[in-house]
Design a protein around this ligand. Structure first.
Ligand code: AMP
Ligand code: MG
Length: 435
């Protein structure tokens, strides 16, 4: 009897590669994948192409933001000392000597007892040190040549004034390298007149499906054939992860065909295959890779997604995912997505997680880390999760109903209702109320 000590339920014969204790842990497999990738070189991209990418260099401000002292309100630029005594009962009268619109050059300096009508964003005249909002004033036309304004309240010095450089000082590192460029960072770059920005390049990711039975979109299926869904699922996942998917088609289960299709891949940074990595299979991906580069065929302690190949074709990392659609999906999220994010220069590699209370029990017979598709939602002041739909590794429709993967640790044989579990939020379908 082989591996009997660790045999699965019912004491059936266990082949060595089915012994969970001998499998590669999920965390170790992920560590090995991540050890093989690093951030890609920097390229300059336009601001419209930059969101989600990671700055490859510090951005140093070459100018102040705002560039000049200006008004934060529509109102009157004043000298705060002039209106220190102003109250609604005893308003202070000032002489209006100028009107400054946003975009106009600075008005002449303000003398004692004078005010300038000023709009938000307009430069503050010399001599002024505060802005009184219109709401605190009464405006009167006083004679044909001269306006006057009555100020009904005092202002603190520099009240309603934005100083040059108060947001960004010229010479300061305003966005350090490693910053993930979100919408606000894009706006900061625009205000610094940076039309392009150095970021880590998006990985170009070749996606190859394998299988004699697998047919791409188009021709009707003949008996025994199934449609290629993996290439499209994986392309969507690659794009979500920040990569640029490049479909390499479907290879027959022949070493020459897989090799030819991989070789034909235009300049890619990462390769993903699906199928052909199971033990009972022809080990095709493994054979190709051992001839073309180096590869390991792993049995990972994960469900679904146990068989996994990882290695290189030439110098390009290759992740060989199982063919079963959900296994490919789950394994991509655990191993492929972190790798692509690392190539983008990101350091937040994992899916966001929540702790949630399980509403329904679930088996975990295989002593592997089980990723159960489920629905997590807010209930009162806690998160609750329940498995959803059929859990077979070929049943992709139940994943479309899910918004999370419920993680059952390898040491659990069963999760009882009420147990607290970790859930990974699926990209693109975050639960309502998140975060
Ligand atoms: P394999 O890993 O090659 O043994 O495939 C496992 C299962 O996944 C088989 O039922 C295949 O038909 C199915 N499969 C393999 N490749 C794909 C694909 N590209 N799209 C959908 N199903 C696939
Ligand atoms: Mg196959």
């Amino acid at each position: 009897m082989v591996g009997g000590a660790h045999g699965e339920a019912s004491g059936a014969r266990t082949r060595p590669w089915e012994d969970p204790e001998a499998m590669l842990g999920v965390d170790e497999a992920r560590r090995r994948v991540l050890a093989a990738v690093s951030p890609l070189p920097a390229v300059e991209v336009t601001l419209l192409d930059a969101p989600g990418l990671v700055l490859a260099e510090d951005v140093v401000a070459d100018a102040d933001i705002p560039p000049f002292r200006n008004s934060a309100m529509d109102g009157y630029a004043v000298r705060a000392a002039d209106v220190a005594s102003a109250t609604p009962a005893a308003p202070v009268r000032l002489v209006v000597v100028a009107e400054v619109a946003a975009g106009s050059p600075a008005a002449p300096p303000l003398g004692p007892g004078q005010a300038a009508r000023i709009m938000t964003g307009a430069p503050l005249p010399e001599g002024a040190d505060a802005v009184v909002r219109f709401e605190e004033t009464d405006e009167h036309e006083a004679g044909p040549r001269r306006d006057e304004v009555w100020v009904r309240g005092a202002v603190r010095r520099w009240e309603n004034v934005r100083h040059a450089g108060e947001d960004v000082r010229a010479g300061a590192v305003v966005l350090p390298r490693g910053t993930v460029l979100g919408p606000a960072a894009i706006g900061v770059l625009a205000s610094l007149n940076r039309a392009t920005v150095p970021v880590h390049r998006r990985p170009r990711v070749g996606i190859l499906s394998t299988g004699d039975e697998v047919v791409d979109l188009g021709p009707p299926l003949r008996p025994g054939q199934i449609r290629n869904s993996n290439s499209y699922t994986l392309a969507a996942l690659v794009r979500e992860a920040g990569g640029e998917p490049i479909l390499l088609g479907v290879a027959r289960d022949r070493v020459e065909d897989i090799r030819a299709k991989l070789r034909a891949a235009p300049q890619v940074d990462f390769l993903i295959t699906s199928g052909g990595v199971s033990i009972g299979d022809f080990d095709l991906v493994k054979h190709v890779l051992q001839a073309e580069g180096e590869v390991s065929l792993w049995q990972v302690r994960i469900k679904p997604g146990k068989p996994l190949a990882f290695g290189r074709v030439g110098s390009i990392p290759l992740l060989g995912l199982p063919g079963n659609p959900v296994a490919a999906y789950v394994a991509f999220l655990q191993f492929g997505r972190p790798a692509l994010r690392a190539m983008l220069g990101r350091t937040d590699l994992s899916l966001p997680t929540l702790r949630a209370r399980l509403l329904a029990g679930h088996e975990n017979a295989g002593r592997r880390r089980h990723y159960v598709r489920g629905i997590v939602e807010r209930q009162g002041d806690e998160w609750v999760a329940r498995p959803c739909g059929l859990q077979g590794s070929g049943v992709l429709t139940s994943v479309t109903a899910a918004n999370c993967l419920i993680v059952l640790p390898e040491s659990w044989h069963r999760a009882e209702p009420g147990t607290e579990v970790e859930v990974q939020l699926l990209p693109g379908v975050c639960p309502a109320d998140w975060p």
